[in-house]
Design a binder for this molecule. Structure first.
Ligand code: ADP
Ligand code: MG
Length: 340
């Protein structure tokens, strides 16, 4: 809402859904602070809940305004943060409030940290990362971090095109970031130096237009026609990816392997999702992050079979880059204060 009251983003439906889930009333306020909210807060009895209206209706939230944070903090004695998905940002409701009240990680936050930390600290080997999605630029930092940790790296999706160009192939009308070719080349060089098995598509599904119903065919990567776009990894690549992943004990997956929103262009994503779900049943740990990757897995009904599905797109990527997330670091070392 960018700091403006937006009726379609009010939290009343969220309150209703929460009420249905827990079987008790969840009243929602019309504003996250202010007289009406303070009044509703003072009328609360032990055991009751109150859902504050969307915090982002106020600019003070994203600005981490100290006055605003203090008003929010006045509504509680203890603060529990379960918003892992925003942990890479520092708004008033997560960082500002946590600097005022004794602040703790909620159960979801704990699960995210535990599962993602395992990938950084002690992954069972072989450890593979599959990175796909639209752009190299969105994921270059996580690629740079992971290339130092993984045994195998699979690249698919739109970003594979930039890697293909770094290998001197041409990619027709495909999504390409020319200014990232150098970055891709650097990743490939590091892979070679570290002995990381790097898998790029060897064949692709190309389409005349990136739309449903468009004419499409499979071609080897050295024969991508000038006026066509690569929209999915091809069958040979899918086989090679599956074979490389078959013995991996730990897999991180971020980013679909094709334009899966168009079912015809989603075969690579679906095949790998099914294969990884089977690997989980066999005891492997597979963690999936990224809004679109998670949506693809949900569409297939496979969610419950995965070791961990991260609720944070940007947050999980930044976590895996190894940087400290402000929403998490502010929660640390608070136990002593509460006890005191
Ligand atoms: P996630 O949300 O899982 O991190 P991204 O947002 O990085 O994933 O990328 C998802 C998007 O990438 C999807 O909308 C998908 O259509 C697009 N995409 C995947 N492969 C290609 C491709 N070959 N060409 C263009 N776009 C692609
Ligand atoms: Mg996305």
């Amino acid at each position: 809402p960018k700091g403006k009251v937006t009726d379609s983003l009010r939290l009343r439906p969220v309150a209703q859904h929460l009420a249905d889930l827990i079987g008790r009333p969840v009243p929602a306020t019309a504003d996250c602070i202010g007289l009406g909210t303070t009044d509703a807060f003072h009328r609360m009895k032990p055991g009751q809940l109150l859902l504050l209206e969307n915090l982002r209706f106020r600019v003070e939230e994203e600005e981490n305004d100290p006055e605003f944070a203090a008003q929010l903090a006045a509504y509680g004695d203890v603060y529990v943060n379960d918003a892992f998905g925003t942990a890479h940002r520092a708004p008033a409701s997560t960082v500002g409030v946590a600097e005022i009240l004794p602040a703790y990680a909620g159960l979801l936050m704990e699960r995210e940290i535990r599962n993602l930390s395992k990938l950084l600290e002690a992954p069972r080997k072989p450890f593979a990362a599959i990175i796909g999605g639209a752009k190299v630029s969105d994921k270059i930092k996580v690629l740079e971090s992971l290339i130092e940790r993984v045994d195998k790296l699979v690249i698919g999706g739109g970003m594979a095109n930039t890697f293909l160009v770094a290998q001197d192939y041409t990619v027709g009308k495909s999504l390409l970031e020319r200014d990232r070719v150098e970055d891709a080349a650097k990743i490939m060089k590091t892979a070679e130096k570290r002995g990381v098995e790097l898998l790029l598509p060897t064949d692709v599904l190309v389409a005349k237009e990136v739309t449903r119903g468009a004419e499409h065919k499979v071609v080897p990567v050295k024969k991508i026609p000038n006026s066509w776009s690569a929209v999915d990894v091809g069958p040979d690549s899918i086989e090679a990816f599956k074979e490389a992943l078959a013995d991996c004990e730990t897999v991180l997956w971020n980013g679909p392997l094709g334009v899966f929103e168009v079912p015809t262009f989603g075969e690579g994503t679906r095949e790998v999702a099914r294969m990884l779900a089977d690997r989980c049943d066999e005891g492997a740990s597979v963690v999936v992050g990224g809004g679109d990757s998670v949506a693809a897995i949900e569409e297939l009904g496979l969610t419950s079979r995965f070791t961990h599905i991260s609720t944070g797109g940007g947050a999980s990527l930044e976590f895996l880059e190894g940087v400290e997330l402000p929403g998490i670091s502010v929660l640390q070392d608070r136990k002593t204060e509460l006890v005191a």
